[in-house]
Design a protein around this ligand. Structure first.
Ligand SMILES: [Ca+2]
Ligand SMILES: [Ca+2]
Length: 437
């Protein structure tokens, strides 16, 4: 193969004219590529002027989206949506006027019930098979009390997921006389913890620790392994790292410095215990969810100017070389005045996403379901493969090493974005060799 490549290089370098024609062809090909229109479904509302998709799950041939909407009376209500059923309102537990969904897993939806005017008193419940059942106490509490969950929502934790029925996020801390809650616990130093998500028995969350300076506290993001006592054993993600989601040992979330106008996304691998700070977009940028294989992350960016707010629905794709590339999904989904605002969740297979956007047809902010299958996440460029503003032998080598590869995740070595690394990509690098250096 090497002989073939050097042959290509030699012939290309010795035939400048032919080379330029080739490059022109490359550019023409790039411009004329067309793919089938990506699919976007607006999910409507429960009668009010707003809805937002917060989580989704593939179920057989259908896709289920859960989220929150406003009904015609102006109350917040959780919804369940599938292609088969359309949008179904999840009415709150009796005694409450509002409901909010936070997660779906195995067809069961974590729902909080609460009062419209008091966001701090909420009750966790599971919606399944059309009925809403309060979450009951944990396994060695013989009294089985209903757990109040705080405003952040109700989530899955280790004991709920595999072994012990259908319960939203509580955790075994150990010992007696401690406080237990769906999303918070207190360790020996009386520092509050917040649990956010769980998967395969792992739980992600953060705790507050004292710090020197102003402010005199900091948040510490952690992963708690299955059946571990969080007081004595946690994997530290880092200071100011607020995890949002864990799937298959892949953690994503947001770095939120205590005094800063910016937030930024991160990825953390539980096995290697390495954190990668992702490139963001806008002043506030968050990573919200990740596919099970850990190659695709979704999130949202936001930036306010004096005139307006810019929203960036984002996806980060890890290419074959391990590089994370960021794409603004409005490049594919913005049309006719409609656009996406946020991406809150991605299906485990990396195919479907949900969040909210502006639907120009109804003039409302609405939840959406989008299918990424027909989208090739790739941005053609002039040959600067490693994106350091200089086209040199490093870029050439990158293309040569990937030469002949095909697929949907090639990254920048596929210079012209035609899903194959071949002489067209190589020629593009050679044509611009030396530029910017
Ligand atoms: Ca370069
Ligand atoms: Ca190519």
């Amino acid at each position: 193969m090497w002989a073939t490549m050097t042959g290509i290089i030699r012939s290309a370098l010795s035939a400048q004219k032919q080379f330029m024609v080739f490059s022109a062809l490359v550019i023409l090909t790039t411009c004329s590529l067309s793919y089938s229109q990506p699919q976007l479904v607006w999910l409507g509302t429960l009668g009010g002027n707003f809805s937002d998709g917060v989580d989704l799950e593939v179920s057989g041939s259908d896709v289920i989206v859960v989220g929150n909407s406003r009904n015609s009376a102006g109350y917040d209500r959780a919804f369940y949506w599938s292609r088969g059923s359309g949008m179904i309102e999840i009415t709150p537990l009796s005694g409450y006027d509002s409901s909010w969904a936070s997660r779906i897993k195995y067809g069961m939806v974590c729902v909080n019930s609460g009062a419209r005017n008091n966001r701090f008193i909420r009750k966790a419940a599971i919606w399944s098979g059309g009925s809403l059942n309060p979450v009951r106490g944990w396994w060695f509490d013989t009294t089985y009390h209903v757990i109040n969950s705080p405003a952040i929502g109700s989530y899955w934790s280790s004991d709920t997921e595999n072994s012990y029925n259908q319960r939203c996020g509580y955790i075994y801390v150990g010992g007696s006389g401690r406080s237990y809650n769906t999303c918070s616990w207190w360790n020996d130093a009386l520092l509050p913890h917040e649990l956010i998500d769980s998967d395969d028995g792992y739980i992600v969350g953060f705790y507050t620790a004292s710090a020197s300076g102003i402010p005199n506290y900091k948040y510490v993001g952690v992963v708690i392994p299955p059946n571990a006592d969080p007081n004595t054993y946690s994997i530290i993600i880092g200071d100011n790292c607020i995890p949002r989601s864990i799937v298959g040992g892949h953690v994503v979330g947001t770095i939120v410095p205590p005094i800063s106008t910016r937030s930024s996304p991160f990825y953390f691998n539980v096995t290697s215990r390495q954190r990668i700070d992702l490139r963001g977009r806008g002043f506030h940028c968050s990573a919200n969810d990740v596919s099970r294989d850990g190659t695709r992350i979704v999130g949202s960016g936001e930036e306010a100017t004096d005139e307006r707010i810019f929203y960036y629905p984002l996806v980060w794709q890890r290419d074959i070389s391990g590089q994370w590339l960021m794409f603004d999904l409005n490049r594919w989904f913005s049309s006719g005045g409609s656009y996406l605002i946020s991406v809150n969740a991605i299906s485990q297979d990396g195919r479907y996403i949900t969040g909210r956007g502006y639907n120009a047809a109804t003039r409302r902010i609405e939840a959406y379901l989008a299918d990424l299958q027909s989208i090739y996440l790739c941005e053609s460029h002039s040959g600067d493969v490693n994106n350091n503003r200089c086209v040199d032998d490093a870029d050439l080598l990158a293309v040569l090493f990937a030469f002949g590869r095909t697929g949907n995740n090639l990254g920048r070595v596929d210079v012209n974005c035609d899903r194959v690394v071949d002489d067209a990509d190589l020629l593009q690098v050679l044509f611009n060799f030396g530029s910017g250096c």
